[in-house]
Design a protein. Sequence first.
Length: 262
Amino acid sequence: MNTLIKNWAYKDYTHDIDGVAFVLNPEWKKIAVSISGGADSAMLAYILCDLIVKNNLKIQVHIISNIRMWKTRPWQKWDSLNVYYELCVRFPTIEFIRHENFIAPDIEYGNIGPIIKDEYGHMKSGDQISVRSHAEYVCFTQKINAWFAGITKNPPLDSITFKPDDRNNELTEENIHLLVDFQQGIYVCHPFRFTSKDWIIRQYKNFNLENLLSKTRSCEGDTQTFPDVFEGIDYRTYVPGQTIPTCGKCFWCQERNWALSQ
């Protein structure tokens, strides 16, 4: 584990998972985890639940999911539910509570871009504001001690296009606070902030969770972006549980395929 983390303020309740630091204070009573249905957030939730059980901690786990692009990607809701149900089965001793938020497609980043100034003075899209604001609402109303999100670092490949420009940080003394920050009375935790997706995929093998990995989805293609791949599949025709193709072209597909190849 990085020397900076070995000496930081949370070292007494930091767990080293294959070189990545997970902060889990045994005095916390409730944590929240954002789950999209993707591989990153699913692995984040699994590791946290595994730590809770192995350390015999009495921590309630709140799952936060967002219904997004419901007309063009109606399967996203069911992807997050599949991960949630899998966690409930694998960790029957943990009390789970799920919170579902709806985001209108009209305010998604892909439709309007970052044109709204949030309460912190940053230019964001409507979906970014809604996701953050809903998480804050859940954490405040449910008296959550710590909120976790599975943001990862971009893969080190120039060939992968349209990388998110806020995922290129390296761990330094100046930005170590991005791993754990204390905001509005709760701990905001991003354990994967300086870790790329190949580490995530490796954990599915280490924990023998290929079945869980198969239930996750990274692709963000749909009939609007890749009509040749998703022709005829939308909210009017989709049946929960049906097999949905992946575009193989969006950043998220490229990132996942790169990670699997590693």
